[in-house]
Write a protein that binds this ligand. Structure first.
Ligand code: LLP
Length: 430
């Protein structure tokens, strides 16, 4: 579901025409729909209603304070991976007590910060980390709530950079060693075992690997529940979204399309995992990031030049790989639409940014409406892993972010200035 559609040839987000917004804010800029985020959250929440559950938004997907605040208002917990993310959640009005702290490389400072804040749980990824959290908690005179991330060794069928549940990945503890690691955890004075965690990867479009992972872990979870009085089983994130409608449905006109079989839905996901999880009688945590915010965001850009070579047509836009790195990093696909709908026959073109790297592209050899200098475009499905992965490479200031709600929009992050760009830099005195 998303809230970007053409109304009278104008691409709108909810009720806001994006061309007017681009005029007011300038380009490039990120825009998010509050309605899409809320609808996605509520739909997933409803689908999981048979379970005692909590949706912990994976903050890494989009950490803008306004987005976190909106989700906290919906009752979300948060899946965090750094002290910075914990700081953001608290600043946004979220509850540290509903945060699970994941990641393979937590530092002493981060562990102390999370213990003092009273996070719900540390998701632990190695024996060394278990020992270290025990030590830090002991030094503070606190007890750390822990869950071990167990790697079920299933193939999530997703891009190799975002697949995490195979035994060759750096994540979690193998199923064969999990019980031993729990025994070790139980023997440590400053740890309290509260759960089991797993996560198999991201952008997964088929419910089957989720069910497979859950089914593989259930015997272990049952054993651990009996031994340690577990509170929860966290089944991670990873629910995919539609990036390429042609791939998803064979029909590019998907604007208002109903759900398609190639498109994982909250209901299909729930149908696959709920029957397996219900008999456990445990609280179930989820850590979706992309599903909640991915299709809620677009990156607006302006065409600067059109360049024709004997073999190619390039539309050079003012956004670049530093603003949205997914195409360069994962060959990620983002739909591109002109803000004013065109009836002209599509022409095959590359859409590229101004950065001096061949990897700086948003589309290659893609049939799109013929674009001209001055045209405005939207790159869709940019709400997850978009702004958060941006950088100031080429000394390009970070972009503004805008939140649309019905007829209104608000800037939720100001565009960086050149002064912001050099803040903190020091020329040593001679
Ligand atoms: N839980 C854990 C332990 C994770 O590692 C992740 C994502 C999530 C939850 C949330 O996954 P999601 O529901 O968003 O799929 N930058 C990449 C995606 C990296 C995902 C990293 N881990 C991209 O743009 O595709």
């Amino acid at each position: 579901m998303h809230s970007f559609r053409y109304v009278n040839d104008q691409l709108t987000c909810e009720n806001v025409p994006l061309a007017a917004l681009a005029d007011a804010v300038g380009t490039p800029a990120y825009v998010y729909s509050a309605e899409t985020i809320r609808t996605n959250f509520r739909r997933l929440d409803r689908a999981l209603a048979p379970l005692d559950h909590r949706i912990c938004f994976a903050v890494k997907a989009n950490s803008n304070l306004a987005v976190l605040n909106l989700l906290a208002g919906e009752g979300a917990g948060f899946d965090i991976v750094s002290g910075g993310e914990l700081f953001r959640v608290q600043r946004a009005g979220g509850d540290a007590g509903h945060c699970t702290f994941a990641g393979v490389g937590k530092t002493r400072a981060e562990i102390e910060q999370a213990l003092r804040a009273g996070v719900h749980c540390f998701n632990v990824e190695s024996e060394a980390e278990l020992a270290f959290i025990d030590e830090v908690a002991g030094q503070l005179g606190l007890v750390a709530p822990v869950a071990v991330r167990v790697n079920p060794d299933v193939d999530a069928g997703t891009h190799k950079y975002i697949s995490t549940g195979k035994s060759k990945n750096k994540f979690g503890i193998g199923l064969d060693r999990a019980e031993q690691v729990y025994r070790e955890a139980a023997a440590r004075k400053n740890l309290r075992i509260v759960g089991v965690q797993t996560h198999i990867g991201s952008q997964i479009l088929d419910p089957k690997p989720f069910a497979e992972a859950v089914a593989k872990l259930i015997p272990l979870v049952e054993t651990l529940k009996a031994a340690y009085n577990l509170e929860f089983f966290s089944i991670g994130g990873g629910i995919g979204i539609v990036y390429d409608p042609a791939l998803a449905s064979g029909d590019p006109a998907w604007w208002n399309a109903a759900d398609h079989p190639r498109r994982i839905t909250p209901e299909a996901y729930a149908e696959a995992v709920v029957p397996l999880l219900l008999p456990l009688g445990l609280k179930i945590l989820l850590e979706p990031g992309r599903f909640l915010v991915g299709n809620a965001g677009a990156l607006l850009a302006e065409v600067l030049y059109v360049k024709e070579t004997p073999t190619k047509r390039f539309s050079i836009v003012d956004a670049a790989m530093n603003d949205l790195i997914r195409p360069a990093l994962y060959e990620g696909y983002h739909e591109i639409h002109p803000l004013t709908q065109s009836t002209a026959a599509p022409v095959v073109q590359d859409v590229v940014g101004p950065v001096c790297e061949s990897g700086d592209f948003f589309a290659q050899d893609r049939p799109l409406a013929p674009l001209a200098a001055g045209d405005l475009i939207a790159l869709l499905s940019a709400g997850a892993y978009g702004f958060v992965m941006s950088s100031t490479y080429n000394s390009r200031p970070l972009l503004p972010e805008v939140l649309v709600e019905g007829d209104t929009w608000r800037i939720i992050r100001e565009r960086q200035t050149y002064e912001d760009l050099v803040r903190g830099e020091i020329i040593p005195e001679q």
